[in-house]
Ligand binder design. Structure first.
Ligand SMILES: N[C@@H](CCC(=O)N[C@@H](CS)C(=O)NCC(=O)O)C(=O)O
Length: 231
């Protein structure tokens, strides 16, 4: 059975949703990133990047959510667009846009708004601007099509859904007023039984929620260098 190394955050939820949508049996292995589980030598053998998610499928190990989505969808053969260069090119471009744009810019935006020391206006402005710019591109796309690749729900929507859930946190609590099609998409996908099952994984394990010293050390290892040598 597939083992899913999981934390209830956007990238792992992509994989939970795919597995739930396809009815693939899997076992959830909690990785409590606020306790530093991602940095243990055992976990680094599975994911040298010390992040979640990762999967083990027999003797095959795959890390990075986009790589895992592609691995699973090629293996299982569901939620992929037709196998034409045009359709697959479109799929890859949006998957990469989410992986390299939506995820990192939203992550950095939240980091600089809520966790970085002052002065931080420059960084907050840069990342908030970029996070909005990326979501406006998704909004435009979803104003033209019900789903990211057109009329059918598929792998790109699965990759987008967990990020769309967090838009009020990434941008601001009124952001959906400016992103009505992202909201429409989110509401629709969240109603899918598979999405509800995926979300219920967050209650399977009591993940640490406090951001104490242990959590900061685990999540922001770059701060440790500042304490010693500076930059
Ligand atoms: N490119 C990676 C990014 C993974 C990632 O950043 N995962 C976050 C959760 S969404 C994580 O594990 N954070 C813990 C940490 O940074 O230590 C992927 O798509 O899997």
């Amino acid at each position: 059975m597939i083992k899913l190394y999981f934390h209830p955050t956007p990238n792992p939820f992509k994989i939970a949703l795919y597995l739930e949508e396809t009815g693939t049996p899997y076992e959830v292995i909690p990785v409590d990133t606020r306790k530093g589980d991602q940095h243990t030598p055992e976990y680094k053998k599975i994911n040298p990047n010390s992040k979640t998610p990762s999967i083990q499928d027999g003797d095959i190990t795959v890390f990075d959510s986009t790589a895992i989505l592609l691995y699973l969808s090629e293996k299982i053969g569901k939620f992929l667009p037709p196998n034409t260069p045009r359709d697959r090119g479109e799929m890859h471009q949006w998957l990469m846009f989410i992986a390299t744009g939506i995820g990192p810019y939203c992550g950095q935006s939240v980091h600089f708004k809520h966790f970085a020391p002052d002065p931080k206006e420059y960084a907050v402005n840069r990342y908030d601007f970029e996070a909005w710019r990326h979501w406006n591109i998704i909004e435009e796309r979803l104003s033209q099509h019900p789903y990211m690749l057109g009329d059918e729900y598929g792998i790109v929507d699965i990759a987008l859904w967990p990020w769309a859930r967090m838009v009020p946190r990434f941008l601001n609590e009124n952001a959906f007023e400016k992103l009505p099609n992202v909201k429409r998409f989110l509401d629709e996908v969240s109603e899918r039984p598979a999405a509800k099952r995926a979300l219920s994984l967050q209650t399977l394990h009591e993940f640490k929620t406090s951001l104490d010293d242990e959590a900061r050390k685990a999540l922001f290892p770059s701060n440790e260098r500042l304490k010693t040598t500076g930059v």
